[in-house]
Design a protein around this ligand. Structure first.
Ligand code: PMV
Length: 317
């Protein structure tokens, strides 16, 4: 340790929702993501000896982290290396409001919070490029072939239109949108879902390319709907995107059931969000009171949790 004074440092990041374009974004097509105010916080304090970590999913030494946490472990090691520090002398405590493995960006947000906290602890300035390259270590392990949309979305405060390799533009909404985010309670597997789409492309390239082009049109339509504040148009595009994700075979029976249930209850649109095969879905509603009814319906139909979120507020409940 080269610090004599005991100290603490904090880093934070939030979750994200992919509104439209997941999966095709891996293949250089655009997608739209918005931040959601469910936070992950990392707190670092002096702790002599080996680096240790505590969180809801793992507590123990960095060197003993289980295989599924290799990504975040690589990210911590990479961050120490970038800061030119020996791997010792701290404890990292991670607390999260984000459910894990539900397509809400928890892996990118934990890595972002941890990298920010380590840089603060060593009193180093962190550029966006450094942050993305370090969080990319965790994301590559979690996703296999990440597009990068998660790490940009969890680190910023705006809705974004994202396209690989590095086209990011802000999407200021003309009017707030009212949304319900529902968790199926079933963990998704991003790596598996991304690999499944890759396999489909290898098997039927023309069919899948056509679906991907159709999703690209949906994304461009959604961009217009957001910029013009047209929630009815946005809702119909969400539903179209869900149908295309079903054709890519990344939905599942519960996600489909929840989408159908909210549409028949008057939601403007709905779809799975994130990689799918479990995870979360979103529904767009006309206003808050409709969102409350839709939340109740979702819980009745099998969702484990439903949050209300409006894009003009910093709260989710
Ligand atoms: O981490 P998830 O479940 O939100 O998935 C990210 C979205 C994908 O497009 C499926 C993968 C990617 O890297 O963009």
């Amino acid at each position: 340790m080269d610090q004599l004074k005991r100290q603490e440092a904090f880093g934070e990041a939030h979750g994200k929702l992919i509104l439209v374009g997941e999966h095709v974004v891996v293949y250089n097509k655009p997608a739209i993501a918005i931040p959601i105010p469910l936070k992950i916080r990392a707190c670092i304090r002096d702790n002599p000896g080996e680096i240790s970590v505590s969180s809801s999913i793992y507590s123990g030494k960095l060197t003993d982290m289980p295989e599924p946490l290799t990504g975040i472990s690589d990210c911590i090691k990479g961050t120490f290396e970038r800061c030119n520090k020996a791997l010792e002398g701290i404890h990292i405590d991670v607390t999260s409001e984000l459910p894990q493995g539900r397509g809400l960006g928890s892996s990118a947000a934990s890595a972002t919070a941890v990298v920010r906290a380590i840089y603060k602890y060593f009193q180093k300035d962190l550029t966006k490029e450094e942050l993305y390259s370090l969080v990319g270590l965790a994301e590559t392990y979690a996703h296999g072939k990440p597009s990068g949309i998660d790490m940009v979305a969890v680190a910023g405060d705006d809705a974004i239109l994202f396209q690989k390799p590095e086209k990011v533009s802000m999407l200021p909404a003309a009017k707030p949108f009212h949304m319900v985010v529902a968790d199926t309670g079933l963990a998704g597997d991003t790596k598996k879902a991304v690999e499944h789409v890759k396999k489909l492309i290898e098997q039927s390239p023309h069919t899948i390319e056509l679906i991907m082009d159709q999703i690209e049109d949906i994304v461009m339509g959604a961009k217009k709907a957001i910029l013009e504040g047209d929630s009815e148009l946005l809702g119909s595009l969400l539903l179209k995107n869900h149908e295309k994700l079903k054709q890519l075979e990344v939905s599942d029976p519960l996600l489909d059931h929840l989408v159908e249930a909210v549409i028949s209850s008057g939601a403007l649109g709905a779809k799975l969000t994130g990689a799918g095969m479990g995870g979360c879905m979103i529904a767009l509603t006309k206003d808050r009171s409709k969102a409350e009814l839709i939340s109740e319906k979702l819980i009745k139909e099998g969702a484990k949790v439903a949050w209300y979120y409006s894009t003009d507020s910093n709260r989710i409940d």
